[in-house]
Design a protein around this ligand. Structure first.
Ligand SMILES: CCC/C=C/C=C/C(=O)SCCNC(=O)CCNC(=O)[C@H](O)C(C)(C)COP(=O)(O)OP(=O)(O)OC[C@H]1O[C@@H](n2cnc3c(N)ncnc32)[C@H](O)[C@@H]1OP(=O)(O)O
Length: 300
C-alpha cells in the first residue's frame, strides 16, 4: 500500500494534497483561518454572537490577515464567509459610538479632524486589503450583508450568496455617507449608476434574486452549506492553475479599473515580460499541446 500520509514540519500531505496544521496558521481574535482544500484558505468572520459586526479589533484583523495571505506562498485563493446566522450586520454600532465620543472629547477642531481622518483611513485600509491582496478573494454571503459588509464584499473578486441573503447600503440610515469603498467599488461591480444611487440614497434592501439580476453576485445557492461548497470548488479549480498567471491576472484587472486601456495594456506587457519566462507557462503549454496530465505548479 502507498504511503498515504507524509508528515512535514507544519503540514501533512494526503494523496498529494498538502494541508497545513491549524497550529501553523495565523490566529486572530475575530477571524478563523483554515485550509479546507489544497492551497485554498478559508477566512471566517467569527463574532457570531455579535452578528460579525466590525469592531476596532476586526478592522485590524482583516487588514493583518489579508496582508499575511498576500505574502503566504501556499495560499493561492481565499474564501471569505461569516459564522453564525448572517454574514455581517456591518459596523459595530457600539464601537462607532465610542469612536464619536472619543472624538468629541478632543477640544481642538484641527486635532479632532486629524483623529477622525486617521480612523477613516484605517478602516479604508482594512477593506482595501482584500483588493490589494494578490490572491483572488471569493465571498460567500448568507443571511444579511449590511453597511460595512457591502464595502467588504465589493473589494473582493467574486460574490456568491444564499437564497435567504440580502444586502443593504445602510449608511445614510445611520447618518453617514459610505466612506470605506462602497461608493467607489459598487458602481464598478454592478455597472448601473442609477441602481447604485437608488440603493445608496434609499438604503433599501436588495434580496438574493435582485442581487443576481444586477450582477452583485455571480450565483445564488440554496443554503450556506451549498454556497460554501460551490465557492470552495471554484477556489480549488483556480488554485490548480498557474499562480503566476492567476496573480498577474488579478494585479492587472485591479490596476486597469482606474486606468485607460493603453495604461492597462502597458502594465500587463511589463508584468508578462517577466512572467512569460516562468516555468508555469512552459508546463501549461506542454500539458495542453500533449494533452497530458494537469500540471502541478510550485507555490508562488
Ligand atoms: C469610518 C467608519 C466606516 C464604516 C461605516 C459603516 C457603516 C455601517 O456598517 S452602517 C450599518 C450598521 N448596521 C446596522 O445598522 C444593522 C443593525 N442591525 C439590524 O438591523 C438587525 O440587528 C439585523 C437585521 C442585523 C438582525 O436582526 P435580528 O432581529 O435577527 O437581531 P437583533 O435582535 O436586531 O440583534 C441581535 C443583537 O445584535 C445587536 N446588533 C445588531 N446589529 C448590531 C450592530 N451593527 N452593532 C452592534 N450591535 C448590533 C442587537 O442590538 C442585538 O443585541 P442584544 O439586544 O443585546 O441581543
Amino acid at each position: 500500500m502507498h504511503t498515504l500520509t507524509k508528515i512535514f514540519s507544519n503540514k501533512f500531505s494526503i494523496y498529494g494534497a498538502v494541508i497545513r496544521f491549524a497550529s501553523s496558521l495565523p490566529k486572530y481574535e475575530t477571524l478563523t483561518v483554515s485550509v479546507p482544500r489544497k492551497n485554498v484558505y478559508h477566512v471566517e468572520m467569527s463574532r457570531p454572537q455579535k452578528l460579525n459586526t466590525v469592531n476596532k479589533v476586526m478592522w485590524g484583523d482583516l487588514k493583518d490577515c489579508f496582508r499575511a495571505l498576500h505574502d503566504d506562498a501556499e495560499c493561492r485563493v481565499i474564501v471569505l464567509s461569516g459564522q453564525g446566522k448572517l454574514f455581517t450586520a456591518g459596523i459595530d454600532l457600539n464601537s462607532l459610538i465610542e469612536y464619536f465620543s472619543t472624538a468629541n472629547d478632543i477640544e481642538d477642531i484641527g486635532r479632532r479632524g486629524r483623529f477622525l481622518y486617521k480612523y477613516i483611513k484605517e478602516c479604508q485600509d482594512s477593506i482595501s486589503s482584500l483588493e490589494d491582496c494578490i490572491k483572488p478573494v471569493l465571498t460567500v454571503i448568507h443571511g444579511a450583508c449590511i453597511g460595512a459588509g457591502v464595502d467588504l464584499i465589493t473589494a473582493a473578486d467574486m460574490r456568491y450568496c444564499t437564497e435567504d441573503a440580502w444586502f443593504q447600503v445602510k449608511e445614510v440610515e445611520v447618518g453617514l455617507a459610505p466612506d470605506v469603498g462602497t461608493l467607489q467599488r459598487l458602481p464598478k461591480v454592478i455597472g448601473s449608476a442609477s441602481i447604485v444611487r437608488e440603493l445608496c440614497y434609499t438604503a433599501r434592501k436588495v434580496y438574493a434574486k435582485e442581487a443576481l439580476d444586477i450582477g452583485l453576485v455571480s450565483k445564488v445557492l440554496p443554503d450556506k452549506e451549498s454556497a460554501i461548497a460551490h465557492a470552495l470548488s471554484l477556489a480549488a479549480d483556480i488554485a490548480s492553475k498557474s499562480p503566476v498567471a492567476v496573480q498577474a491576472t488579478k494585479q492587472n484587472l485591479v490596476f486597469s479599473l482606474e486606468k485607460t486601456n493603453a495604461e492597462g495594456l502597458e502594465h500587463i506587457a511589463l508584468l508578462n515580460t517577466v512572467n512569460h519566462q516562468s516555468e508555469d507557462l512552459t508546463k501549461s503549454a506542454i500539458a495542453m499541446a500533449s494533452k497530458g496530465d494537469k500540471p502541478e505548479f510550485e507555490d508562488y
